[in-house]
Structures are given as structure tokens and as C-alpha cells.
Design a protein around this ligand. Structure first.
Ligand code: ZN
Length: 130
């Protein structure tokens, strides 16, 4: 499989590694939205966090917490933001970056979408029955 994050996790592609344990690595994003923007990446290929077994998910989030605390200590931001979407690369990665009040993620996600008119009763029923 020609997956860039698998190659980074194996060390086939150099990275700015700032964390590693038996399950995952933490590296600097090479296209950061802010100084200290990191990615926490499982060493094996998986696409979506909700497809992970619970024990692996726990390992991933404990590592994300460790990396988030490193960002907090190093940059003293108002917040450390966590973002997982999986659209840019097909290998699960937790994006963590320092965030300051008033920056591009303030008010996110609502700030990035036109105002919605949602039937909350219908949405709740749809989700409860899913
Ligand atoms: Zn991969």
C-alpha cells in the first residue's frame, strides 16, 4: 500500500518525531496551521477512529493527551485543538494544534457553515435508532 503515513510510521520517510510509543507516533505536520501543529498516527494502517477496537482507541487518545500537553507546555496557547476527519489522508491521524481565542477555529464548526435549520427532534430520533 502506498500510504504516506504508513511510510512515516515505518521511518521510510523522515519526519520531525516528537513522541513515540508501542502503538503510535507523534510528528510535526509538514504543512502546519500554527507552530506546534502535530499529528498522532497509529503505526498500523487504519482509516477511521471509530473502526478501532476500544483498547487501541484508548492508546491513541492517551498518546494524543501526552502530545497535547507538550503543545500546551511549549506554546502556552489558550487551547489545544483536536481534529480528526480523515479526508486529507486515508490513514487515521489526530491533528493537535495550539489555538488562541479569535483564531481560525474560534466558533468552529458552526463558523464554517451557513446557518442551518435542523429538526432536532427528527435528528435525535434518527440517531437513537441508528
Ligand atoms: Zn497507512
Amino acid at each position: 500500500m502506498d500510504c504516506v503515513l504508513c511510510k512515516i510510521a515505518r521511518g521510510d520517510i523522515p519526519s520531525w518525531k516528537i513522541y513515540e510509543d508501542d502503538y503510535c507516533i507523534g510528528v510535526l505536520d509538514v504543512s502546519p496551521c500554527a507552530p506546534g501543529h502535530c499529528l498522532v498516527i497509529p503505526k498500523h494502517h487504519v482509516e477511521k477512529f471509530y473502526d478501532l477496537p476500544d483498547d487501541e482507541l484508548a492508546k491513541l487518545f492517551v498518546a494524543a493527551k501526552t502530545v497535547a500537553r507538550k503543545i500546551r507546555t511549549a506554546y502556552s496557547p489558550d487551547h489545544v485543538c483536536m481534529f480528526i476527519r480523515g479526508g486529507r489522508l486515508p490513514h487515521l491521524h489526530v491533528a493537535l494544534f495550539p489555538s488562541t481565542e479569535g483564531d481560525g477555529v474560534s466558533g468552529f464548526p458552526q463558523s464554517n457553515y451557513p446557518e442551518q435549520s435542523v429538526d432536532l427532534d427528527a435528528s435525535a430520533e434518527l440517531l437513537r435508532s441508528a
